[in-house]
Design a protein around this ligand. Structure first.
Ligand code: URA
Length: 218
């Protein structure tokens, strides 16, 4: 059996252009997509993004018995993953990722944007104790100014996460630039790179407020 390839360095930015991802994202962008449909689409699209974001996970060979003979087969090496959701919209991505990786540990970082300055304010933090031994997938649907992502990554770096990758649905060029200016080593996976931010820090064309659309709060 050919040995699985392992590339430990994903590119800095991956735009997941798979047709299913693009189609689902277009449905999510529509103003009249209902809350329940939006939530379901976010869950489905997240599963597909997780597939891309975990493409470089290390494998190791193990011996098993098939019904016909012994075989050397690849399995995940270590499986030390931690999914970290930036509250509250990140939880929409978390659900889809957990469908694919049910035994991953889960952490939460509560961050809100101060509406006037758009600065990130942390209000909640709960992470597994053994972060130094874990590869983290940090999730938040919208990478807008990058301030929340940078605040969350700073926390994860401070707590010595083994590696960090960031998964979102829609990114603004401003957010990518800010994140990579401070943390060039963090690989970003997104379904779309949109045009720009408006004066209130919303992504254009975007999909609106991801948290409100996910939970029906507006
Ligand atoms: N957060 C959102 O929910 N939407 C945006 O467009 C930007 C930040």
């Amino acid at each position: 059996m050919p040995k699985p390839q392992h590339n430990p360095h994903p590119p800095a930015l991956t735009i997941v252009d798979h047709p299913l991802v693009q189609h689902k994202l277009s449905l999510m962008r529509k103003r009249d997509t209902s809350t329940s449909k939006f939530r379901l689409l976010m869950r489905e699209i997240s599963l597909l993004l997780a597939y891309e974001a975990t493409r470089d996970l290390a494998l190791e060979e193990t011996e098993i018995e098939t019904p016909l003979e012994p075989a050397q087969v690849p399995v995940l090496a270590g499986k030390k993953l931690c999914l970290v959701s930036i509250l509250r919209a990140g939880n929409g991505i978390l659900d889809g990722m957990l469908d694919l990786m049910p035994s991953a540990r889960v952490g939460h970082i509560g961050i809100y944007r101060e509406p006037r300055t758009l600065q990130a304010v942390e209000y909640y933090l709960k992470l597994p104790d053994d972060l130094p031994g874990r590869d983290v997938i940090l999730v938040d649907p919208m990478l807008a100014t990058g301030n929340s992502a940078v605040a969350a990554i700073s926390r994860l770096v401070e707590l010595k996460a083994r590696s960090i990758r960031f998964v979102c649905l829609v990114a603004a060029p401003e957010g990518i630039a800010q994140l990579h200016r401070i943390f060039p080593q963090v690989a970003v996976f997104t379904a779309a790179l949109d045009r720009c931010l408006n004066d209130h820090g919303y992504i254009l064309p975007g999909l609106g407020d991801a948290g409100d659309r996910l939970f029906g709060t507006k």
